[in-house]
Design a protein around this ligand. Sequence first.
Ligand SMILES: NC(=O)c1ccc[n+]([C@@H]2O[C@H](COP(=O)([O-])OP(=O)(O)OC[C@H]3O[C@@H](n4cnc5c(N)ncnc54)[C@H](O)[C@@H]3O)[C@@H](O)[C@H]2O)c1
Length: 259
Amino acid sequence: MLDGKRLLITGVATPESIATAVAMRCRDLGAEVVLSAYPRDLDGVRAVAADLLGGAPVLSLDVTDPRDVARAVEDVRRDIGALDGALHAVAYAPPDALQGRLGDADPDGVELAFRTSAWSFSALGGLLESTAPPSGGSLVGLDFDADDRAWPTYNWMGVCKAALRSSARYLARDLGPRHIRVNLVAAGPLRTRAASAIPGFELLTGAWASTAPMPWDPTDPAPVADATCFLLSDLARAVTGEVLHVDAGFHAMATTRPD
Ligand SMILES: NC(=O)c1ccc[n+]([C@@H]2O[C@H](COP(=O)([O-])OP(=O)(O)OC[C@H]3O[C@@H](n4cnc5c(N)ncnc54)[C@H](O)[C@@H]3O)[C@@H](O)[C@H]2O)c1
């Protein structure tokens, strides 16, 4: 399904990262994969690449830094020539932006959360635009269903995900003429390092257990990886500006508040 595709996968940190599952599945399906690592995570990402991803090359990339993104364009051209697709699997918010009253969070932390979790999607779109062949490519980001509801926790990350969703539509507009598609996968809750930073994450898995019409396994990112591979592939060649829910149907159900 991905034979001959050259893909940049951001967001690998640990073996449990959603991006690790995506990278593994992309390789299974024939793609050539390059990983990018947040500089602080570089050693860990190299270990994951060696253990699980056949020694895939690893670029250092802080997606909040435009100079880093410009350097990554050169690294990609040198290491792999061109890119047919990229996965954005990056998010961060300081603890006080994830819980409590929304207005109590430090605005500097909120800005960092926005730059890391939302603005960086357009930066990665720019990187793909600079390195994709004339036939175009596919940009996929990872969303959590948070743009139309307030969770008991998640706070500014929910606001960032709403911005991610909106920016996916604008990027689909801007990059469409270049034959670059832009889509999101809205995943159900999965136990990763980022998830462990969300206070009350169990409230989310509990909501899934009580509301999703199908079973949802928060330890298995493989369904999200498979759907991401579809969006990265030519099977999705006319799909752009879309949000594909991979959440066991949670988003389609009405919820009731517990007594
Ligand atoms: N885990 C879930 O329940 C869940 C559900 C839906 C969506 N998501 C989204 O999936 C994506 C991946 O998260 P995950 O759950 O696999 O957790 P994770 O902790 O494994 O991955 C988060 C990644 O963000 C990277 N990162 C943070 N700041 C960065 C920066 N400035 N530059 C480059 N990389 C940076 C980290 O290095 C890490 O690799 C995130 O966008 C997250 O919001 C997660």
